[in-house]
Design a protein around this ligand. Sequence first.
Ligand SMILES: C[S@@+](CC[C@H](N)C(=O)[O-])C[C@H]1O[C@@H](n2cnc3c(N)ncnc32)[C@H](O)[C@@H]1O
Length: 263
Amino acid sequence: MFDFFKVQKVAKEIEKVQIAKDYENIPDISKYIKEVTGIDFEDQAVVFKSKVTSFCRTHKIESFKSCLSTLDTLPELKQELINYLTTNESFFYREVHQINSLVKTIKETSKSVKVLCAPSAKGEEPYSITIALLEAGVSASRFQITGIDISSDAIATAQKAIYNEKAIRNLNDSIRQKYFSRDGNEYKLNQEIKNKVTFICVNIFDDDFKRLGKFDYIFSRNMLIYFDTPTRIKAQNIFKEQLVNSSTSIYYGHADLTHEYKV
Ligand SMILES: C[S@@+](CC[C@H](N)C(=O)[O-])C[C@H]1O[C@@H](n2cnc3c(N)ncnc32)[C@H](O)[C@@H]1O
């Protein structure tokens, strides 16, 4: 007699073997992502494989091999994979002592300054710097802030500037009321602050990044943690080149610099 359940079970087994066979050579994709973005997934091989497998299934790509060969010919797919693999976690007034130190330095000069946040993720950091400068009485005409990130999703969210409670948890009531309008669980940042920050989707390892020009201060927090040591050094050298004056500062996150290369 025709055993429907047995046939289904066999079909599932065949599918498993097929998937195992097709979704091979994950190291090639991880190498590609590292070469393009700097992000090193070596310590997260299982998570990386599961994410790329799910990405391939969603896009009906039948093997890692064809995924890899498609990435360079379909820039939108490559961008989508980068968006999917990057961690864009951030929040307002994160490591606020560094923001305060920047504000103090800027207050001590009368010059106009350009500040770069690379990476900016969803905008929390460049907007925090803007709010902190205004709160300290620095005129809006004295500073320009640029936020860049490799994730186009993060940049789109930054430009919308609508946040949840978690993202603004470090802000007191007075700052919330002054710079945000509340709509249910959402906090919309005022246009005045949004206008002060320019966002650009760019990879720090691309020539387009160098073409952004030079900055007086650079914030690069919580990105180098995803890179291996040689890539961290490469990124640090790129940032040094982007400074107007080598004596001004680059602010890294506390976990960004490997022990041997702390600056
Ligand atoms: C955890 S967020 C850090 C955001 C913010 N600076 C902070 O400290 O809260 C790390 C960001 O680095 C970005 N990123 C990773 N590699 C990049 C690259 N090669 N160029 C530009 N941005 C990159 C990711 O897209 C992600 O949004």
